[in-house]
Design a protein around this ligand. Structure first.
Ligand SMILES: [Zn+2]
Ligand SMILES: [Zn+2]
Length: 273
């Protein structure tokens, strides 16, 4: 499996980091996890166009993870030469978000159907709302759903994607919890969104301080990785944005708690699992 960090940014706009999203490619299955700002630009950068997606997995309904789902829906629709449904999985509430997105796009959908003789039906989005302990297949891979703790945001989930012996966990946002440890157990790679607690604490803005309580710090992500015995820790969703050249400093904070390889970097950083 190949894991690509499409967007390593956060809600804070950054000229060089797209919003949170990660691509997982297995033999015969191409899976997008979350759809942050600019996701399709980075997807194209990874050599993947929307009709090639077999599934979109959403970890939670915070806007930074979801804001470009509308672009994925529209572009998947107009670039598919034959009608094909877009399969989207996510926590309860996702169906309402997709319905509202399609409602917001309804004028555009009408314009395009009226203009193109070969486009005769609106986008088909197959939404499956998932709960912790659910499992489903995407092509040849199995996906397990786990709970996360991103309270007060609820419900939120993480995913474990398994291709034969290989496994990747996409932890989404949240603080460490037993359910996440269990989902990560023995995984080949664990991708966690992180914040730098030390740097955030130094910024005297109340609204920024609020994020400390519901995100894993770099150190906490490393501790989760160590407890769960994962092979490789992958860090993304850097808050504040990681300046270029600071990778070693971020990696050192994690390495104090986790012995294995630690992957982090710019958008489009890849890992072969
Ligand atoms: Zn969030
Ligand atoms: Zn987030």
């Amino acid at each position: 499996m190949k894991v690509t960090l499409l967007g390593t940014g956060s809600p804070l706009p950054d000229p060089s980091r797209a919003g949170p999203s990660t691509l997982v490619r297995a033999e015969g299955s191409t899976i997008l996890v979350d759809c942050g700002r600019g996701v399709l630009m980075r997807l194209a950068g990874a050599g993947v166009l929307p009709p090639m997606l077999d599934a979109v997995l959403v970890t939670h309904l915070h806007s930074d993870h979801l804001t470009d789902l509308n672009d994925v829906i529209t572009t998947h629709w107009v670039m598919s030469l034959e009608p094909q449904p877009l399969r989207v999985f996510g926590p309860p509430g996702l169906a309402g978000v997709v319905d509202a997105t399609l409602a917001a796009l309804s004028l555009d959908i009408g314009y395009r159907i009226a203009h193109h003789d070969t486009l005769t039906s609106p986008p088909q989005v197959d939404v499956t709302e998932v709960e912790p302990d659910d499992g489903f297949a995407v092509g040849s891979v199995r996906v397990r759903v786990g709970a996360t703790d991103h309270r007060p945001v609820e419900p939120t989930v993480a995913y474990r994607i398994e291709d034969g012996e290989k496994s990747v966990v996409l932890g989404g946002d949240g603080v460490p919890c037993e359910a996440l440890d269990e989902l990560c157990h023995g995984a080949h790679a664990y991708v966690q969104t992180v914040i730098r607690e030390d740097l955030v604490r130094a910024i005297p803005v109340d609204r920024l301080q609020d994020i400390l309580g519901y995100h894993s710090s770099v150190e906490q992500a490393a501790q989760t990785a160590a407890r769960a015995g994962v092979r490789t820790l992958v860090l993304t969703h850097y808050v504040p944005a990681m300046p270029s050249g600071a990778e070693a400093e971020w990696r050192a904070l994690a390495a104090a708690h986790f012995d294995g390889p630690i992957v982090l970097g710019d958008d489009l950083t890849e890992l072969e699992v």
